[in-house]
Write a protein that binds this ligand. Sequence first.
Ligand SMILES: [Fe+2]
Length: 395
Amino acid sequence: MIVSKCNEDLMRSFKFRMPQEVTFGSGCSSTAAEKALQLGSKRPLFITGSHMAQSKHLAWFIQKSSELGMSPGHWNKVEPEPPVELLEEAAVFIRNGCYDCLIAFGGGSSMDFAKMAAVMAENPEIKVSDMVGSEKIPKKGLPTIMIPTTSGSGSEVSAVAVFSFAEERMKKGISSRFLVADTALVDPELTLDLPPHITAAAGMDALVHGVEAFLSLGTNQFTKDLALTAISNIYFNLAECVLNGQNLKARESQSYGSMIAGMAFSMSGTAGVHAMAYPLGGQYHVPHGEANTALLRWVMEYSLEGCEDKFIPIAKAMGVYTDGMSACDAAKAALQGIVELGERIGVKTRLREFGIPKEAAAEMAEAALKEVRLMSNNPRPLDFDAVKKIYENAW
Ligand SMILES: [Fe+2]
């Protein structure tokens, strides 16, 4: 465990939210049906994307659920960056089918979707748009179990879900104690067959979670400790996961890093990079991990001015020998290491590569600044001119 020398943060109180039970380890997902039974389920519903229809793991979960006397179902319509309208459809399906527990099996989109569908099924009178923001969900939804098949979103342990609002061409986040899952089964074996480009994008998302959780104005000693360990695990293992996906040891470190980065940001909040990534997803459908990677360098270059010393522990977690180095040089070394990692694993680093016109910077800046929940966490304040300039630099 990497420990920050400064303990001033211990003088600030903090709270910590997590699923009631988190199981981590290769093979642990085989207990999914038993976990549903322990939650009192008689009729669990597996929530996945359409590509999971052929999954041998899913077939096993469903068969095992039947053997244990439950009557499982499967809803496979989750889309990447899920549109909010699908939630209404899923909630009706859940209520009509009398399902009593939702089991997400997939990446961040499936997990976010299941967490929110569980809330919608129990709160039919409230619109999703009324729950955007912090702590606007009135009561707990159905029990949920999260089984991630990627290592990136941290949704399995976080209190956050993000959706696309097509009419406003924007992605929006919902944060609530009622979006924390009941059970998480984090099984690195499930990530072994993940294609390189998805491994890379999801992995960079997790790295950004670690960096932003550490730098966020909402951080505390606990989130800092989690974030630094996450950064270290991800930084030293992500390239291997991309280049040699069957390396289980690297996959385990990456899954662990992603999970604890999720715990960290769930408490401290993410910041400018995530806020500025939302318009890229909402308006130009750039996948979340790629949007974060393209923006990270430029938001960090802006953010480090005046708070270079905050980057020193990040540089150390990445193996930079910082003794005798100025805070500014250590910060630049950390940033350079992250940029080079992104380039090495082939994630796009320029907004123009996504077909975004440079003139879109102003409109995107206006949209990003509406994400006050995240913008206000940034270590250096961001205004319209600064955000527009960052988009232009990233172009
Ligand atoms: Fe993220």
